[in-house]
Design a protein around this ligand. Structure first.
Ligand code: HEC
Length: 219
């Protein structure tokens, strides 16, 4: 009995860790409401990512030609809209920052964002991007990641747009990072539905077959 309880508590352990992680943020996360099927949003997100994030961040597991194919861009378009100045689309999406500069200027390393949406969730990124605020001394801080070394890079957009436009920009960037975290998610979901549909048809056929086999047998 003791053994069973022990095993059960071990099985529950990941659950408790998760609960703690979920409760770890100092503010409620807002819902990102992003939609991976909205290609225009993904394209806008990619352009914003290129303009506002790639000065520091990379997406080292993504290649430009993969982004182009998934978002419906031609190779020339991905170069002009996202990969300014590159002459090949087979490169990975790397930061424009020189090695070592982040440590000198920001005092820390900058994380690669390829898997950030998988790690922290879409709502986290959306809320984090919108959680910058100025204290009485005019210093910027972030309600989600207090004392973060990342500056409020979307301040310009916030200042020059309506709250709706600003929310949309954060949502588009979040959407693009969610896509980057799992580029083939839509194919996976679509394939899942096809498999279920196939299994249902198979079930029907097998049921009819079974009826046919048993038709003349008394049972
Ligand atoms: C000036 C450099 C710089 C720019 C530009 C920048 N970041 Fe960051 N970012 C950082 C640094 C440094 C960190 C690590 C922060 C820390 O640990 O305090 C970070 C961390 C993050 C994190 C992880 C937060 C966490 O909880 O660990 C996310 C998500 C993120 N950035 C998204 C973005 C997005 C999206 C953009 C573009 C809109 C962007 N960043 C632009 C420097 C930058």
């Amino acid at each position: 009995m003791k053994k069973i309880l022990w095993i059960a508590s071990l099985l529950l352990l990941p659950l408790t860790i998760n609960v703690q992680a979920a409760g770890g943020y100092s503010i409620e996360l807002e819902s990102a409401n992003n939609n991976l099927r909205d290609q225009e949003s993904l394209k806008r997100g990619a352009v914003l990512f290129s303009n506002y994030c790639m000065a520091c961040h990379s997406l080292k597991y993504m290649r430009y030609n993969r982004v182009a194919r998934d978002l419906g861009w031609s190779d020339a378009e991905v170069i002009s809209d996202m990969a300014h100045g590159l002459d090949t689309v087979t490169d990975n999406v790397m930061t424009r920052m020189q090695d070592g500069v982040a440590l000198d200027v920001l005092g820390t390393k900058v994380p690669d964002l390829s898997l950030m949406a998988r790690l922290k969730g879409d709502d986290y990124i959306y809320t984090f991007l919108r959680a910058y605020h100025q204290d009485d001394q005019g210093e910027w801080n972030n309600k989600v990641l207090k004392g973060t070394a990342m500056p409020n890079v979307l301040e310009g957009i916030e200042r020059h747009s309506t709250p709706e436009e600003y929310a949309e920009a954060a949502r588009d960037i979040t959407n693009f990072l969610a896509y980057a975290g799992e580029p083939s998610k839509l194919q996976r979901l679509d394939l899942g539905w096809k498999v279920i549909a196939f299994l249902l048809v198979l079930l029907l056929l097998l049921y009819l077959l079974k009826k046919e086999y048993w038709r003349d047998i008394k049972h």
